[in-house]
Structure formats: structure tokens, C-alpha cells
Write a protein that binds this ligand. Structure first.
Ligand code: PMP
Length: 353
């Protein structure tokens, strides 16, 4: 049955990881891996997550292995929405939030829903983008197109080309995937003025903005600042949008698969319909999301002392990444390495995967 299948290449990131594992060199280093490591190259469990583990442990009862409801753990997805939308997240009536299998699951559930609800002629991805975006959208049968993003000559954002492409080539009802902050893989984000112009085009062309927010807290080190773009779009009051959210990086909960998908809709009636569609899809795809990671994240988001500790952990990670960028830059310069390395300092810190 399967011998006639076309063979397909491995995802380039995982292919590289396999080559890395097979390489016997004792001094090997992998720079492509999207996982924060400490100075000894070891995984770092955030001290705040350790504290939350203790809280979750003592609150566990005989129901700890029960299923969650289909939309997930409500204290988690409600607090997660607050983290993204801030003061804009109330009143809640126009919002829908569903817990997902981390950011990947949020992108995927969003793509399933939008492919059916909007039947877009295309989804627009930045060139380049996180490799999995194209995979996800192809798997739901939507044509994948790309808008210019990175100008390799200038090592800068190809902003004019981006605006021109989405203004002239995208069709009303198309979906545009935007990286909320710390664009993966370039680490280069639009300025606030540029975001405003992108929002203008989405609004005037009737494009549906789908934010992917996998690095809130990593770009500027400030959670609110990193949510600026999606809050700007939301505050205009006349655009519906979606956000895929991940806690893999900012809480270091990679393997727990903690994430959420949020929709801001035009009315409570629309929100109710979107919710019922999402729950129908979620039921067919995963039935219920996992419990433990969502409880850990909710514990941190809802307890003021733990939240403050988490901010300190986040700051430690983002500032250490900045220091490492500076050290790499300094070394390249002191060795007289040909080329311009300024982008190492100007890019934000996406941990690409
Ligand atoms: N979106 C982007 C842009 C990413 O870089 C990543 C992970 N590298 C994800 C989503 C998903 O990650 P996860 O499924 O671990 O949340």
C-alpha cells in the first residue's frame, strides 16, 4: 500500500538535528535549536515554574488526571488572553479563547477553522517564515503565497515591497499571518509606524490578520510592548482577528505543549458561532487539551507574586540572549571578519525551531 508513496524530505530543521546527533565531534554546537539553554548548555527550568509545580502539586486531588473540558482550562485561557490583549480583553463578549496544543496547535486549529469559515483564496506568509506555517496551511488545502519581508542585501525589512504585495495581490477574505513580535526566523519586527500601515492595508483590503505570538516577552523584554502590534489592530475597533499564543519559550514549558487560540470578533453573536465551530474542530482533532502545563501557566499568571517572579525570569532570559549577541558581534569585529554584522545587534531574539 505504502511502497508507491512519493518520498518526501524531512523538515529541514529536524534533518539538521539528526545530522547534529550523528556528528561525533566533542565540540559541536547547534545554533538552530529553538530551546533556551543556560551557560552550560543545559535546559533551564524557570525558578517560577518550579514554584508553580509546588502549588499545583499541593492542590492536586483525585481529579488530577481527569479530562479537561473541550475548550481547556478556563483559568488558563482567560488569563492568557489578558496577557495578550491587556485592558482590551474586557468586555469579554466579543472574544473566544480555546486552549491548544501549544502554538503549533493554535496555528493549526486556526487554519482549520479559517479555511472553512473564510474559504480564503490564499494565506499570505512572510518570506521567510517559520517553516511550519506553510506545512500547516497546505495541510488544510489553502494556497500558500508569500509577501516580501527580509531584504538580504540591506539585511533589513523589505517594507515597501511587503506593503505593495499585500495591497495589490492579496484578495479580500485572504488570511495574512503576522508574527506578533520577534519574527522567526529573522528576528526583525516592523516599527510601530510600519505596523500601523500594515493595519491600514489589512483594513482597507479586507485581509484577515492572524497573529502568531510565540515570543511575547522575548523581543523587548516587556510583555506589553511585545503585544503592541496586536493591541493596535484590536483597538481600531473595526477588524476581526485571531492570535495563536505559545508558552513554550516564555515559560520554558516546551514539552508541556501550553498554548491558546484567541479570536476577536465583531459581536457576541459572532463570538458564539466561532466558539461552537472551534469546539467542533477541537473535538475531532484532539478532544481535550492536556491539563498539567495549563495549570502551571495559570498558577503563574494568576498569582501576583509568582507573576512578578516570572517577569524576572523572562528578563534574565532576554537580557542574557542580548549579551550573547553582543559578545558574538564583538568577537566578529575584533577578528576583523569581513562583512557587516550590525543585524546581530538589531534583530530581536526569536528562538527559531
Ligand atoms: N510560531 C512560531 C513563529 C514559532 O517560532 C514556534 C516555535 N518555534 C511556534 C509557533 C510553535 O511553537 P510551540 O508549538 O512549541 O508553541
Amino acid at each position: 500500500l505504502f511502497s508507491e508513496l512519493d518520498d518526501i524530505p524531512l523538515d529541514p530543521h529536524y534533518a539538521l538535528k539528526e545530522d547534529f546527533s550523528a556528528d561525533p565531534s566533542p565540540s559541536k554546537v547547534i545554533l538552530g535549536s529553538g530551546i533556551y539553554r543556560d551557560k552550560n548548555g543545559m535546559p533551564w527550568v524557570l525558578p517560577t515554574v518550579k514554584e508553580a509545580e509546588e502549588v499545583v502539586k499541593t492542590s492536586e486531588d483525585s481529579g488530577r488526571y481527569d479530562y479537561l473540558p473541550i475548550p481547556g482550562y478556563a483559568p488558563f485561557y482567560t488569563a492568557a488572553r489578558g496577557l495578550l490583549f491587556g485592558a482590551l480583553s474586557s468586555p469579554e463578549g466579543n472574544f473566544v479563547s480555546v486552549q491548544t496544543i501549544s502554538g503549533t496547535g493554535a496555528n493549526s486549529l486556526g487554519a482549520h477553522f479559517l479555511s472553512q469559515a473564510l474559504k480564503p483564496s490564499a494565506v499570505w506568509l512572510s518570506n521567510p517564515s517559520w517553516v511550519n506555517h506553510a506545512n500547516i496551511w497546505k495541510s488544510v488545502g489553502v494556497t500558500v503565497r508569500s509577501y516580501p519581508y527580509w531584504d538580504p542585501e540591506r539585511k533589513a525589512l523589505a517594507f515597501e515591497d511587503m506593503i505593495q504585495t499585500i495591497s495589490l495581490e492579496a484578495t479580500p477574505g485572504d488570511v495574512i499571518v503576522l508574527h506578533g513580535c520577534a519574527h522567526n526566523p529573522t528576528g526583525l519586527d516592523p516599527t510601530k509606524d510600519q505596523w500601523t500601515m500594515i493595519a491600514n492595508v489589512c483594513e482597507s483590503r479586507g485581509l484577515f490578520p492572524f497573529f502568531d505570538c510565540a515570543y511575547q516577552g522575548f523581543a523587548s523584554g516587556n510583555l506589553d510592548e511585545d503585544a503592541w502590534a496586536l493591541r493596535h489592530f484590536s483597538s481600531r475597533g473595526n477588524m476581526e482577528l485571531a492570535v495563536a499564543q505559545s508558552f513554550s519559550k516564555n515559560m520554558g514549558l516546551y514539552g508541556e505543549r501550553v498554548g491558546a487560540l484567541h479570536f476577536l470578533t465583531a459581536s457576541p453573536d459572532a463570538a458564539g458561532k466561532v466558539k461552537r465551530h472551534l469546539l467542533g474542530l477541537q473535538r475531532g482533532l484532539i478532544s481535550q487539551p492536556p491539563k498539567r502545563g495549563a495549570m502551571l501557566a495559570a498558577t503563574i499568571l494568576k498569582d501576583n507574586a509568582l507573576f512578578q517572579n516570572w517577569l524576572a525570569d523572562l528578563c534574565e532570559m532576554s537580557s542574557r540572549i542580548k549579551c550573547m549577541r553582543q559578545a558574538l558581534y564583538d568577537e566578529l569585529i575584533s577578528l576583523g571578519t569581513p562583512g557587516n554584522w550590525d543585524h546581530i545587534l538589531t534583530q530581536a531574539s526569536a528562538l527559531s525551531k
